[in-house]
Design a protein around this ligand. Structure first.
Ligand code: 2AM
Ligand code: CA
Ligand code: CA
Ligand code: CA
Length: 264
């Protein structure tokens, strides 16, 4: 990999700084303040601190850009063409349970298109990153999606709906279709890392419904730049707005969609 562009330096700098704050809180999770946004939808002081760090850092480096952030929501900028889409802690439940599988996710949207993304897991110091047109990377290693073509050889990631989230019955139908045809299913609990792991070839595919733009915006460009494909599960146009996402290489994507269609 050559020199990082100034945009990548800014995005990775913000992600690392937030990651250091998360690592400090991860070391003291027993003292962490926790509240709920839904029956099983938790938010902690670590989510807010991480978001604060990212907001401050990106506002300083690119004054005027707007934000869409999980905890503070939409923050309008004076520059209407650029917006950061941020999940300050993706995998809060893992974090709260001492599981080192969580991430900071930052994407840049330019005129409605995602042009850059970073997904950083500070517990293992893995920085997944991509800018449109220049490939996807894990730290300084170039990424390529897995080449497996058959579901029978594949490890597929998903996200199960939880207490208070809709879609349990539909998910079970989809799971029934997919799990009977694959080598293995995984549910690790961080959508941004699920997509990054597809880009890295650790998963052959991934599907989940009802995600938010901040869960998937950065992962989307990372998967595409690794040669992977993204689709909206029901054939809708805009995966960022519906949050119904399926990912994989071209063949795996087609096979997964076939199974998900059969679940209807
Ligand atoms: P979060 O940690 O940023 O809230 C997909 O499973 C997404 O749902 C996760 O990336 C996670 O993002 C969010 N989520 C919220 N509550 C959850 C729960 N109880 N179990 C799993 N995921 C949850
Ligand atoms: Ca959350
Ligand atoms: Ca999330
Ligand atoms: Ca989050």
């Amino acid at each position: 990999m050559g020199q990082l562009t100034s945009l990548m330096q800014i995005m990775q700098g913000a992600a690392r700084k937030a990651g250091r704050a998360l690592n400090r809180d991860f070391g003291e999770i027993e003292h962490l303040q926790v509240s709920r946004k839904g029956p099983a939808d938790f938010v902690t002081a670590a989510d807010r601190r991480s978001e604060e760090v990212i907001f401050k850092e990106l506002s300083e480096k690119r004054p005027g850009y707007g934000f869409l952030m999980e905890e503070r929501g939409e923050v309008a900028g004076t520059d209407k063409t650029h917006r950061w889409i941020v999940d300050p802690l993706d995998g809060t439940l893992n974090f709260m349970h001492g599981q080192p599988h969580f991430a900071v996710s930052i994407a840049l949207e330019r005129m409605g298109e995602i042009v850059a993304g970073v997904v950083y897991n500070p517990a293992v110091d893995e920085m997944f990153h991509a800018e449109k047109g220049t490939g996807a990377w894990l730290n300084d290693r170039r990424l390529r999606v897995a080449a497996r073509k058959e579901l029978a050889d594949a490890v597929i990631a998903t996200g199960t709906p939880f207490y208070g989230k809709k879609g349990h019955a539909r998910f079970l139908k989809e799971l029934h279709q997919v799990m009977g045809a694959t080598a293995g299913i995984r549910r690790y609990g961080s959508a941004s890392l699920d997509l990054s792991w597809v880009a890295a070839g650790r998963f052959d595919g991934f599907w989940e419904r009802d995600l938010k733009a901040w869960d998937i915006a950065a992962g989307l460009v990372i998967v595409r730049e690794a040669g992977g494909f993204i689709a909206e599960i029901d054939g809708g146009e805009d995966v960022l707005s519906t949050g119904n996402i399926v990912a994989g290489n071209e063949d795996m994507l087609a096979r997964l969609i076939e199974k998900l269609d059969a679940a209807r």
